[in-house]
Design a protein around this ligand. Structure first.
Ligand code: TXA
Ligand code: MG
Length: 336
């Protein structure tokens, strides 16, 4: 692990990291969403290592990260008006576009699908690394499969350790949850994964409807329409429960019963209302009431509670509005 200046990445450090990628190695690096586990996207052998290192099933495609719209166009056979609108409005930034792939994109990147996920990240370290390599970087989140995504270099170190050739430490991630993923290959653009960029924002820029992909349950090994939507995903080790503020009595009863059965159990709660009548032995953490600030804090908080060994994390369900969709999605997966 090596520290890198998040705003003005040191040239020698980036050159060293790019050299590792050029030689088919793996580099974990910060993006504005979460840390990515990067490999040269045009080197199938290198991308295969990502799958081995994460323990990621072969059916789950990875995102190709590029530095510009022009570089994105080189990976797809159909840079459509919709792609142009979204790319111009939200790149660099936390949005992934799924578009028909060109032959130069190895099948291992797309898990055999005909479309590739493309993103221009805004983090200076990510952009510098892509530019130094002068090729797209394939990168999923830098965690073992089904674990929480990392929002700090220490999270990467704890999850993947020596299995990565180099971890670039550029401090905590700003967005804190993974990018919004939108499929532009269907007649109506389809939201595959909600994120910091909301469905309303996408519809406003597109000037049309955005469909929400149905949740698919996990059918291992089968070809899938929207892969990566495994139900249990982004999960902490602790038992996690979601509860509504107006049903706090249930959670109070449940935590009481839980403690009776497990006297040594320690319980934590993520709350939005400080006034909830929780048991005084529950370690309550107040979360931000703004969805973007909540997203920024979420994984770091769950990682911390995991590290502290909490047995149960009870999470107050945030409001139901569109702006919270990304957070809801992660909470539902974490508590499934
Ligand atoms: O913010 C992010 O997207 C981070 C950073 C590192 O960029 N990356 C990330 O990658 O979260 P990963 O692999 O953990 O999640 C990528 C998601 C998965 O749900 C995957 O199935 C979907 O994007 N995806 C990637 N390529 C796809 C494709 N060709 N078709 C459909 N879905 C795709
Ligand atoms: Mg992931």
């Amino acid at each position: 692990m090596i520290d890198v200046d998040a705003h003005a990445p040191e040239r020698e450090i980036i050159a060293r990291a790019a050299e590792i990628l050029k030689n088919g190695g793996l580099v974990a690096f910060p993006t504005e969403t979460v840390y990515g586990l990067g490999a040269d996207a045009l080197n199938a052998q290198a991308v295969l290592k990502i799958f081995e290192t994460k323990g990621r099933p072969a059916w789950n495609p990875v995102i190709a990260h590029v530095a510009s719209i022009n570089a994105a166009r080189e990976l797809t056979t159909a840079w459509t008006d919709n792609a142009e609108k979204l790319g111009s409005a939200f790149w660099p930034g936390p949005l992934t576009l799924v578009l028909p792939k060109r032959d130069i994109v190895p099948d291992v990147v797309t898990a055999g699908l005909v479309a590739v996920g493309i993103r221009v990240p805004s983090h200076p370290v990510a952009l510098a690394l892509i530019t130094a390599l002068n090729r797209p970087i394939a990168a999923p989140s830098a965690n073992r499969f089904t674990e929480l995504s990392p929002t700090t270099a220490a999270h990467v170190q704890n999850s993947l350790g020596d299995r990565v050739d180099l971890i670039l430490n550029g401090g905590p991630c700003d967005v804190g949850i993974e990018s919004t993923v939108i499929d532009l290959t269907s007649d109506v653009p389809t939201l595959l994964r909600p994120g910091a960029i909301s469905r309303e924002q996408l519809m406003r820029v597109l000037g049309g409807e955005v469909r929400i992909a149905p949740h698919d349950t996990d059918t291992e090994g089968e070809a899938r329409l929207s892969p990566g939507r495994t139900e249990r995903h982004y999960a902490p080790r602790a038992d996690t429960w979601l509860f509504d503020a107006d049903d706090v009595a249930t959670i109070v009863r449940a935590t009481g019963e839980f403690r009776t059965r497990n006297s040594s159990a320690s319980l934590a709660a993520l709350v939005l209302d400080w006034s909830l009548p929780l048991d005084s032995e529950v370690h309550a953490i107040r979360m931000p009431r703004d969805p973007l600030a909540y997203a920024r804090a979420l994984y770091a908080t769950l990682h911390q509670l995991d590290a502290e060994g909490y047995s149960v994390i009870a999470i107050q369900r945030p409001p139901r509005s569109d702006a919270w969709a990304g957070v809801h999605d992660r909470l539902e997966r974490a508590t499934h």
